[in-house]
Write a protein of this length. Sequence first.
Length: 222
Amino acid sequence: MRQVKRSVKAGAALAGICTLLLSGCGGQSPFNDMQDAMTKMSEKEASFEKEQATLQSYERKEQKLYTKMIQTTKDHTKTVSSLSDQALASAAKREEHVKTEKDSMDQSKKELKTVKETAERLQDTELKEKADQTVKSIEKRYAAYDQLYKEYQKALKQDQHLYQSLKKKDLGYEELKSKLKTVNRSYSKVRKEGKKFNQYTNQLNEHKQALYKAADQGSKKS
């Protein structure tokens, strides 16, 4: 089968995801409550990084299987079918792990209500301003992840369609090229959304640092 290049893919949230900062300092009671809720957010995302590594491992496996499939001649349809089944099984595992990752984020998101409520109770003007910025960053980050998850799910389905089509004995070059174009376009969107998610994660970390610094300065004044 004539070789057509397939883009190297990226994990659901891509590499280099920044973890939420857990360190902080004491302050007034509402701030402590807010800090506790944000710490719980981070704890509930504990499996996030683990799932990223697992997803990328399956993606690398599928990339190798795909390469073997397109390098196999039409006289070895049984071999291609076997490789395709392995790739489909890997994609199914990926689907399970990305859902586990989504569950982790959804559990973390449940703490947002508490974070917002405690931020509203803050009396110090500067501290409340920093807290409001942090809340907005959290909301943007979750929204970015939801869109990222949606795009990754679409790309995963396109992978499954591709692997299934490779079993066809009469699969032509143009048809394969068209399917690969769809797959690569999908993962281009995944990378784009993953970049946004990373940016919002970095922004959140910066706002949290500013919040903790303001709280620390306030406690020293009192």
